[in-house]
Each structure stands twice: as structure tokens, then as C-alpha cells.
Design a binder for this molecule. Structure first.
Ligand code: ADP
Ligand code: MG
Length: 702
């Protein structure tokens, strides 16, 4: 750690980032100006400027201990990828100098064939390239200069998550500006979505982790009886942080601050051994890079403390899983948050128009939002009775909902102020912000000046959801702008439009308990989608209205959408394949042998007693032998069944969709059944014989 070189947090902060301050200090004035234009307005960078930037970056990086550089990108694996090249370059006299050219900065060649492409990339064209994204600052980590980049095939097809994210930001920018102009704003030049991603995670002891093949291979416990204590006492949420965890959190903060990540809040979460970190929000592109780095740092720093950070969505059955809350808003380059209700009549009208666009967008593209968070791990949360449900809806809070009702019905708003809701004329009644944020069961909540999308799984790249959010909003605003730009009377048309949207799309608004069975029924009556699992959600990616959305806003071609669907389904299948094989292995090689050994010990005890005297009671042993043996039998039958199902799978002449449904319908139920028998045995077998650390060990011994 360089921490000692920097005594205060402000000195430490961003010390490993080639940020604006460093650029201004180190670049010739005209070079700095051209680069700024590229960053702010997306202007192309010419090679002389790139050369100057590259050289300054290299000097700065070398001074700060770097020997290598890497183009850092976000392929469809969900994690980041990097390949390191050193700066060394030989001289005629047999020595080396440190060199880095503009060309190397701007574009990198990469072998694309080892990254998932969903059949996009023909094998004869295995090359891909990475292109510098100057809107996210370069940084130093582990003696390498990291250059954030986008990743494409040579044919230009996108192979990553950053390219479509940048495209969606641009699409949104175009349409928001049209709306702002309608409201007389002539000064705003650019708008950017901002995101703060709250990250949940578990920490477990490394020595215990190492004894669990399921944690090692799948990131979650495939077996494990509940501990006597779970989260029912609610004593962990916001509880005092244990010293060992506090030391981890402190070091994590320092590492993140060095990388310019605005780590702000840390606390214990609901489940034992669960914690959360929240940053201050940033432009979505940067927030995405920062969230990927945060997850990586969590894992690395945990290891230094003898801990393992679990980012799986559901490491433990019976206690809360981990998610990510995606707080999303739109900010202008003049510093205005467009989801802020505002106080002046025209601000209110504008806010209501953006709100209407979000309502309409979430209603029309609920399937896209749902599938943007789909994964084998997240199915354990969304499909079950925790976290947000698989049904997408918006909670606006009672006050704002009442306001929308007044607008729709033209009745006066019944609040304290009795306001007539003619939009653009009257001020929105002020409503207390905190009433909007109380419903923690909603997947998509308005929280005063931003929307909080809460369905994301803990491991997912947040780009996925934000591509959907930005693009759907761009589409709605495009429709609104088309209608309003040609309107004769702007205010009348605005009123009409907002009223119409509320009327047509209010079914998506729900402020009640999202976990309840009643809501599932009510949502079905309202015609909202409910896809509890990944395959059920993913098949809607290629629905015509979704393809059209991506086509119209230049985000993806149809081929690209299909490839993305296939990659996500392939990943789902692979995750379940590993889980099934790990289950079989654990049961056959560890669990059944351990149980048999224990039963034979009990049996020998009974026999020994009997040789002493026939009248010594053996009821306890015999009952236990009986109960365990019967569970052991069921375990054996079921593991054989699981093996059979996995063998049959090879015979499913499958496209990836059939295969994914096969895992969902045939494999998962058998794995779940198997687990019930194994967990039953765990509660009866002597702890001395049980081959794995228990839930109590994992969650409470830390
Ligand atoms: P909580 O959701 O836990 O009540 P807050 O609402 O204060 O906490 O903030 C949660 C997250 O929302 C933080 O990461 C914060 O940076 C982010 N956030 C706040 N304002 C905005 C905004 N305008 N755009 C995007 N994210 C924001
Ligand atoms: Mg929150």
C-alpha cells in the first residue's frame, strides 16, 4: 500500500488515477483542450494528440511504479478482462527505454475467440479489438496502467457491455435534449445518466471456505441445514461491525479511494456475515467501471484478511441473499437532476413529463428490465420469497400516486394544499420525500430524486440494467418529443399527454407489499409479466418490440440481441451443470461415506451393548440408525436420479433454449430434492462425522 505516502484521505483519494487534475497538470494546454473535447463531446482524437496523451500517461504511470499497461474491458463473461504489455522497448545499444504510443493507447488487438460471443464471431475472424474509452479515467493497479476500453469484433459487432452502455447514454442524451428545448432550456449541452450502485456481499473465513467444494466451485452452499439462529433477531442489520470485518472494510475503502472510487457508506446487512458498501453516485459509465473494480477489490482485500468475499446472489438458504441497488437519475451538464420534482411550475411540468416517460417505459419494457437481471443465482432471490419479486412494478409512494390520480381525474389534489393539477400552471404540492422510500419490497422505487432498481443480483455487471433503462427512456422521450414538437398549444398537449400516459400505464404502479401472494394474483389480473426463472425471462429478449427498440436507437442489431440471449442462457446452463456435478460429487464422495461411517459406529455400539446384556436399552441408537438410514437411502436414490438426468441431458439434441429449460425443469427439482435429504441427515449425524463446516460455522464464526 502507498497509504503511508499519503497521510490524509484527500491526498490518498484518486492518487492512482490519471484524472482531470493530472491531465491538466501534465498535458500541454492545446492537447489538454482537445482531449477534454473528446471526453465531453465525443469528438474524435487525432493521433498527434493521442501520442502526447500516451506519453504523459506513461511518464505518470512509471513514476507511480507501473511497468505494464493493459486495455481493460468487460466481455460477456460478466467479469473484466485484461492482458498486460510492458512499456519496455529495446534501444540500439542493447538497453531499454519505457515507451507508449498513441496508437497503443487508442486501439488494442485482442484474440476474441476465447470470450463468449454467442456465435457472433466466425472462427476465421477470431480477432477483436479494444478501443480506448476516454470518458473513464485510466488508473494504476498492481503495477499496471489500466486503460478502460470497449471491445468489438473486427466486423464491428459488439462483444462487451460497455459499448452498448455508451450507445444508450448517447441515445438518451439526444432525446432528453429535445425535451429540454421544448421547455425553453437552450443552455444544456449534454445530459448524462448517473448511478449509485449499493453492493451487498458476504464474508466467510477462508479456512472454512476451503473445506466446502460447493463454495469453491459454485460460490454458494448446495447443502447446509439451517443454523439454530438466522436473521430473525434482526441483530445484524446496522449492528456493530466486528473488529476483523472493520479492518477489512478500512483497507477496502483505502484501496477504492486510491482508484478514485467514492466509497461512502458501509454497514452490516440483514443476514449474519452480510455487509454492504455504497458509493456516491457517478456517471453511469464510470459507476459501472467502479462497481466492477469494487467487486474485484472486495475479493482481493478479503483474502489478505484470511476471508473470502462471496458475491453470489444466494450463498445460504434460509437467510437473505445479496443484491445490488441501482440508483438511477439523469443530470445535465449544468448540474440539474431531471428527476428532482422542483419547486417552480415549469420545473414540475418537466418533472411530470420525465416521470410519465419512466412509468410508460417500465410498463412497456418490463420484460427487458426483468431479463437484464436474470441469472441462475438471482433466480433464487427473484423467484423466491425475498428481495424484490420477479414481477416488475414501480412504487411511487402514496403522495405522488395521489398526485397522479388527481392529474388523471382532474380532481383537486386532496393534500393539505388543495391544488388544481393543471400541469405547468400550478406548483406541485410539496410532498415529504421520505414517504416515498419506505417500501423496500418494490423492485423499482422512486426515492425522492432518483429511481432505485432493486432487482439486480450482487454479481451482475450493472451495465446490463442501465442499457435497458437508458434506452427505454430514450424511446419514450422520443415519442413525447415527436408529439410535443408538432403541437400547436404546448401546454394543452402536455397536459393531454401526461393524462393519457397515466391512464394507459398506471397498472405498473404498485405501492403495496411486493412479496405477498395477493400481489402475484393482482399483477396477473393487471396483465403484468411474471417470469420467475432465467429461461422464462430470456426468451423475450427477441420479442419484436424489443428488437425494434434496440434497432431504432442504434444499440444492438437483431443478430447481437440473439447472441446476447444465447450467451446468458449458456452461462445459466454452465452454472447449473457445475452445481449438479458438484452435488453428485459431494454426496457420493463425502456425504454418503460420512453418514455410513456414523451409522456403522452406532451399529457397532448397539452390538457391543447387546453382547453385554440384552436388556440394555438401545432405543436412541436404533431410532437414529433407522431415521438416518432411510434418509440415506433416499439420498442415494436421488443422486442416482440426478446422474441419470445429467446423462440424459447429453441426449437432448439441444439448442441453448431447450437446454436451459431442461435444467430448469429436470435438473433443478432433483437437486432440490437431494438437498432436503442431505440437510435432514446433517441435523442427525454427529458433528464429528459431518464432512463440512456448518451454516453456524460459516455465518457466526468470523
Ligand atoms: P438508501 O437507498 O440506502 O436509503 P440513499 O437514498 O441516500 O440511501 O442513497 C443510496 C445511493 O443512491 C447512494 O449510492 C447515492 O450515491 C445514490 N444517489 C443519490 N442521489 C443520486 C442521483 N441523483 N443519481 C444516482 N444515484 C444517486
Ligand atoms: Mg437503497
Amino acid at each position: 500500500m502507498n497509504y503511508n505516502a499519503h497521510n490524509t484521505v484527500p491526498e490518498l483519494f484518486s492518487s492512482m488515477v490519471f484524472n482531470d487534475g493530472v491531465m491538466r497538470e501534465r498535458l500541454p494546454k492545446d492537447v489538454y483542450k482537445s482531449l477534454r473535447k473528446t471526453i465531453d463531446n465525443g469528438k474524435d482524437l487525432d493521433l498527434t494528440v493521442a501520442n502526447a496523451v500516451a506519453n504523459a500517461m506513461k511518464d505518470w504511470a512509471v513514476e507511480n511504479g507501473a511497468t505494464h499497461y493493459t486495455h481493460w474491458f468487460q466481455p460477456m463473461t460478466g467479469i473484466t478482462a485484461e492482458k498486460h504489455d510492458s512499456f519496455i522497448s529495446p534501444t540500439a545499444d542493447g538497453r531499454i527505454i519505457m515507451e507508449f504510443s498513441g496508437k497503443e493507447l487508442i486501439k488494442g488487438e485482442s484474440d476474441a475467440s476465447s470470450f463468449p460471443s454467442g456465435g457472433l464471431r466466425a472462427t476465421f475472424e477470431a480477432r477483436g479489438y479494444t478501443a480506448w474509452d476516454p470518458t473513464s479515467y485510466a488508473f494504476i493497479k498492481d503495477h499496471s496502467l489500466y486503460i478502460p476500453t470497449a471491445f468489438c469484433s473486427y466486423g464491428g459487432e459488439v462483444l462487451d457491455k460497455k459499448t452498448p452502455l455508451l450507445r444508450s447514454m448517447e441515445a438518451l442524451n439526444v432525446q432528453v435534449l429535445r425535451i429540454l428545448r421544448l421547455f425553453g432550456d437552450t443552455t444544456t449541452k449534454r445530459v448524462l445518466p448517473t448511478v449509485g450502485a449499493e453492493q451487498e456481499y458476504f464474508l466467510v473465513d477462508k479456512t472454512l471456505y476451503d473445506q466446502r467444494p460447493d463454495l469453491i466451485f459454485t460460490g454458494r452452499t448446495l447443502f447446509g441445514a439451517r443454523a439454530p439462529k438466522g436473521q430473525e433477531l434482526e441483530d445484524h442489520y446496522f449492528g456493530a461491525v466486528k473488529p476483523r470485518i472493520a479492518a477489512f472494510m478500512r483497507e477496502l475503502d483505502e484501496e477504492l479511494w486510491k482508484l478514485g472510487i467514492l466509497a461512502k457508506t458501509k454497514h452490516n446487512e440483514a443476514a449474519p456475515a452480510q455487509h454492504e458498501l455504497a458509493p456516491i453516485f457517478a456517471t453511469v459509465n464510470v459507476a459501472t467501471d467502479h462497481n466492477q473494480l469494487t467487486m474485484e477489490m472486495m475479493k482481493n482485500v478479503a483474502l489478505r484478511h484470511g476471508l473470502v468475499c462471496l458475491l453470489h446472489e444466494k450463498p445460504f438458504k434460509g437467510v437473505n441473499g445479496s443484491g445490488k441497488h441501482n440508483n438511477w437519475s439523469i443530470t445535465t451538464d449544468t448540474g440539474k437532476n431531471l428527476f428532482e420534482p422542483g419547486k417552480l411550475p415549469h420545473e414540475n411540468a418537466q418533472f411530470l413529463l420525465f416521470l410519465a416517460a419512466v412509468i410508460k417505459g417500465v410498463d412497456e419494457y418490463q420484460d427487458l428490465l426483468r431479463l437484464s437481471v436474470a441469472s441462475a443465482g438471482n433466480d433464487h432471490r427473484l423467484g423466491a420469497n425475498e428481495a424484490p419479486p420477479a414481477i416488475v412494478s414501480i412504487s411511487l409512494g402514496d403522495e405522488l400516486t395521489a398526485i397522479l390520480h388527481s392529474i388523471e381525474s382532474r380532481e383537486a389534489y386532496p393534500g393539505t394544499q388543495h391544488v388544481n393539477m393543471e400541469i405547468g400552471v400550478n406548483v406541485l404540492p410539496t410532498f415529504p420525500k421520505d414517504t416515498t422510500d419506505r417500501n423496500r419490497t418494490s423492485p423499482f422505487a422512486f426515492t425522492g430524486n432518483k429511481f432505485e432498481f432493486r432487482s439486480l443480483g450482487s454479481q451482475i455487471n450493472i451495465a446490463c440494467s442501465n442499457i435497458m433503462l437508458n434506452t427505454m427512456l430514450a424511446e419514450e422521450l422520443k415519442q413525447f418529443a415527436d408529439e410535443l414538437e408538432s403541437a400547436e398549444d404546448f401546454h394543452r398537449s402536455l397536459n393531454k399527454l401526461i393524462r393519457r400516459v397515466i391512464k394507459d400505464h398506471k397498472r405498473i404502479i404498485f405501492n403495496g407489499d411486493g412479496y405477498s401472494a395477493e400481489w402475484r394474483e393482482e399483477a396477473a389480473r393487471r396483465g403484468l409479466s411474471n417470469y420467475p426463472t432465467t429461461p422464462e425471462a430470456m426468451i423475450h429478449y427477441v420479442d419484436e418490440q424489443n428488437l425494434k427498440l434496440f434497432r431504432d436507437h442504434n444499440i444492438y442489431t437483431e443478430v447481437e440481441v440473439r447472441s446476447r440471449r444465447d450467451i446468458i442462457l449458456e452461462t445459466y446452463c454452465k452454472a447449473l451443470n457445475i452445481e449438479a456435478l458438484t452435488s453428485i460429487d459431494m454426496v457420493k464422495r463425502d456425504i454418503i461415506p460420512a453418514v455410513s461411517a456414523y451409522v456403522s459406529k452406532l451399529t457397532n455400539g448397539v452390538l457391543a451393548k447387546r453382547t453385554l446384556s440384552a436388556s440394555i436399552p438401545c432405543t436412541a441408537e436404533l431410532d437414529i440408525i433407522n431415521a438416518i438410514s432411510s434418509l440415506e437411502d433416499s439420498t442415494y436414490q436421488t443422486v442416482c436420479e440426478l446422474e441419470r438426468v445429467m446423462t440424459d441431458l447429453k441426449r437432448v439434441d439441444a439448442n441453448v433454449i431447450d437446454l436451459a429449460f431442461y435444467y430448469k425443469d429436470q435438473v433443478i427439482p432433483v437437486m432440490e430434492e437431494l438437498r432436503t435429504y442431505v440437510d435432514g441427515m446433517e441435523t442427525m449425524v454427529s458433528s464429528e462425522f459431518w464432512p463440512y463446516p456448518t451454516y453456524a460455522d460459516l455465518m457466526f464464526r468470523i
